[in-house]
Design a protein around this ligand. Structure first.
Ligand code: NDP
Length: 492
């Protein structure tokens, strides 16, 4: 046992009266309109019906948002088709790239404004929207700007052509980043877009329309129609949409696939996950603990590739779980706009109820729960970081996507058993391996049925690296050269 471990053992790691002074990020930089319509053909289309979007940290009403109807979707698809046919698809790649570079640079310039709005509307800590979501969103536009005039080199001896109008539906966990993942490759390949943001987090997508105006993107190339699942369904079903890209729940993904069967529309689905984060007994435990914390508590666990199942080699189970619990006591849960916050607000009441239901099921099935002492704000949607030990593989908390700050800990003895348990899920989006042995990393990576395998790290993203799943986590890849292919056709 190290000296540090000895001195910390049994003692509370943080002195009880050790509090942080508030470090709030000012929201003055953000101007929110009272009411928004849909962004169609380069201008605002009045919405007949609206709903209220709120701040999950305190349920403060933020704005009235348009509930897109089938007619609104139809107008947006028509605008996208016109823009596709009358210029955008025929524009040289080097010209399309200029727009993408401009968008990327404007996102960088306005990153603070976007980060504040993202945290306000979605509940994620400002340090994450500032340091992860915004830089990555800009990086995606920069990256695909680079491909726009090099498609022939990306696919040698083939003739890549744009597909047409892309209908894109995104979730609420990374609103602007998912928008960037969808729009950047679509535009780089010469397509036009109709995008529907998630019902609870439309504000950064609506602010992005102002970036499009600044970048002088031709009208109709990108259209944003807001609304709930009905608006998404209308977009999927629209006969003039050539390609559908969806990120969200496996349930809705399956429904979309059924709807599109036989229509000839291209489809990519990025769905749920129940990733295993696997720690071997030779791993650097303190680093592993940081990776585990980042894997499941980043963005309140609202991450499709979250490391929600921790598989620990039996021989290190106790020291690792001790260290993990100790680390949890230092996580600061609270105001998303405070720069010291580690874990922000749960995105919606509905999601909070889902987390609560699954946590209750975990307790009922016999798992042991640990939550660090923390005072949760009275208003808004909150859930304390949670660890379940004594979890059997059959428990719902080991099988179902909780999409919240809840970790289930299981154990294994041999690498074979780790692989068997890690793959024992309907999902296959990501996995993590913690070990000092390079050969074991490669051995594991070959056997894990997961689209991404991180080694001695977790939740690292880069626009050059393809991302996507196996099994019920969906199909198709976003990011990297692979992310171009769904937006291209290769017939002569
Ligand atoms: P959904 O799959 O319902 O939402 C994803 C997007 O699809 C949203 O824009 C949503 O609109 C839209 N949508 C909903 N129904 C339809 C439909 N029939 N046709 C087309 N589009 C539709 O996820 P939820 O927000 O309901 O979350 C439920 C669960 O899904 C979460 O608890 C989590 O487990 C999982 N999830 C997984 C994500 C991932 O990245 N893998 C992301 C989000 C959720 P609207 O916002 O109005 O519902």
């Amino acid at each position: 046992m190290s000296e540090l471990d000895r001195t910390q053992q049994g003692a509370h790691p943080v002195p009880a009266d050790w509090t942080y002074a508030p470090a709030p990020e000012s929201r003055e930089i953000v101007r929110i309109q009272e009411r928004y319509g849909h962004f169609v053909g380069g201008s605002w289309l009045e919405a007949a019906e609206t709903y209220e979007t709120i701040a999950p940290r305190d349920e403060e009403p933020l704005a009235q948002i348009g509930q897109g109807t089938a007619e609104d979707v139809d107008t947006a698809v028509a605008a996208a088709r016109e823009a596709f046919a009358n210029g955008w698809s025929a524009l040289p790649g080097s010209e399309r790239a200029k727009y993408l570079f401009r968008i990327a640079r404007i996102l960088q310039e306005r990153s603070r404004e976007f980060a504040v709005l993202e945290s306000l509307n979605g509940g994620k800590p400002i340090k994450e929207s500032r340091d992860v979501d915004l830089p990555l969103a800009a990086a995606h536009f920069f990256y695909y700007a680079g491909w726009a005039d090099k498609l022939e080199y990306a696919f040698p001896n083939r003739t890549p052509r744009p597909v047409g109008v892309a209908g894109q539906i995104i979730p609420w966990n990374f609103p602007l980043l998912m928008l960037a993942w969808k729009i950047a490759p679509a535009l780089a390949c010469g397509n036009t877009v109709v995008l529907k943001p998630a019902e609870t987090t439309p504000l950064t997508a609506l602010l992005f329309c102002d970036v499009l105006r600044q970048a002088e993107l031709p009208p109709g190339v990108v259209n944003i129609v807001t609304g709930d699942g009905r608006t998404g369904a209308a977009l999927v079903e629209h006969p003039d949409v050539d390609k559908v890209a969806f990120t969200g729940s496996t349930e809705v993904g399956k429904a979309i696939q059924r709807r599109l069967a036989g229509t000839g529309k291209k489809l990519t689905l990025e769905l749920g996950g129940k990733a295993a984060n696997i720690v071997f007994d030779d791993a650097a435990l303190d680093q592993a603990v940081e990776g585990i914390v980042n894997g499941i508590y980043f963005n309140q666990g609202h991450v499709c590739c979250a490391g929600s199942r921790l598989l620990v080699q039996e021989s290190i189970y106790e020291p690792l779980v001790d260290k993990l619990k100790r680390r949890l006591t230092t996580l600061r849960v609270g105001d998303p706009l405070d720069k010291n916050t580690d874990v922000g607000a749960i995105n919606s009441r509905m999601q909070l109820e889902k987390i609560e239901e699954l946590v209750a099921a975990g307790k009922e099935e016999g798992a042991e729960i640990y939550q660090p002492p923390c005072v949760l704000p009275e208003k808004g949607y909150w859930f304390a970081p949670t660890v379940f030990t004594n979890v059997a593989q059959s428990y719902r908390i080991a099988q179902e996507e909780i999409f919240g700050p809840v970790l289930s800990v299981l154990t294994f003895r041999t690498p074979e058993e780790a692989v068997e348990k890690a793959n024992n899920t309907p999902y296959g989006l990501s996995a993590g391996v913690w070990t000092e042995k390079g050969s074991r990393i490669l051995w594991m990576a070959q056997r894990l049925r997961a689209g991404v395998v991180w080694a001695n790290t977790f939740n690292r993203f880069d626009p050059t690296s393809p991302f996507g799943g196996y099994k019920e986590s969906g199909f198709g890849r976003e990011g990297g050269l692979h992310g171009l292919e769904p937006y291209l056709r290769f017939d002569e």
